[in-house]
Write a protein that binds this ligand. Structure first.
Ligand code: NI
Length: 143
């Protein structure tokens, strides 16, 4: 981990000129404002990284993320099905946090790491279980 942090600290920053249409530049400035970014360089960096990550996900690279679900634990067989899917994909699951968020509602956060396509497959299986009220997979880059 330290090695990674160290690498990014010594990464050299290079300057280059960018030509943009006026309306695109206005959109970029708007983006800087709404995202609370310090300047255009940070905005461009952010946009490039996000875009590259989308390509990476499509390419089935190893990423990390979390599946967040909300469900009613009274629903019949939901708990055992949820447990079964998690055991079927145990090699992708780092941890599971269960919170009793309301009297009938449970919030579960399942931290995952693995090939993006496998994580999507797992997430679809979890979210597709009958009785899951809402679910979402968030993936993030490891670089
Ligand atoms: Ni609960």
């Amino acid at each position: 981990m330290w090695h990674e942090i160290n690498k990014s600290v010594i990464m050299q920053v290079k300057r280059f000129g960018v030509s943009l249409e006026e309306n695109v530049l206005e959109s970029l400035d708007e983006f800087v404002k709404t995202q609370n970014l310090p300047n255009r360089s940070q905005a461009i960096r952010h946009l490039i990284k996000n875009n590259l990550f989308e390509t990476k996900k499509a390419g089935n690279s190893i990423v990390a993320g979390a599946v967040v679900i909300v469900y009613d634990h009274h629903k019949r067989e939901l708990n055992s099905k949820l447990m079964q899917v998690q055991h079927d994909y145990h090699e992708l699951i780092l941890s599971t946090q269960h919170v009793h968020i309301e009297h009938d509602l449970c919030l579960e956060t399942i931290a995952v790491k693995g090939n993006s396509k496998k994580l999507i497959e797992l997430s679809n299986k979890i979210i597709g279980i009958k009785g899951i009220k809402h679910g979402k997979l968030v993936m993030t880059d490891l670089e």
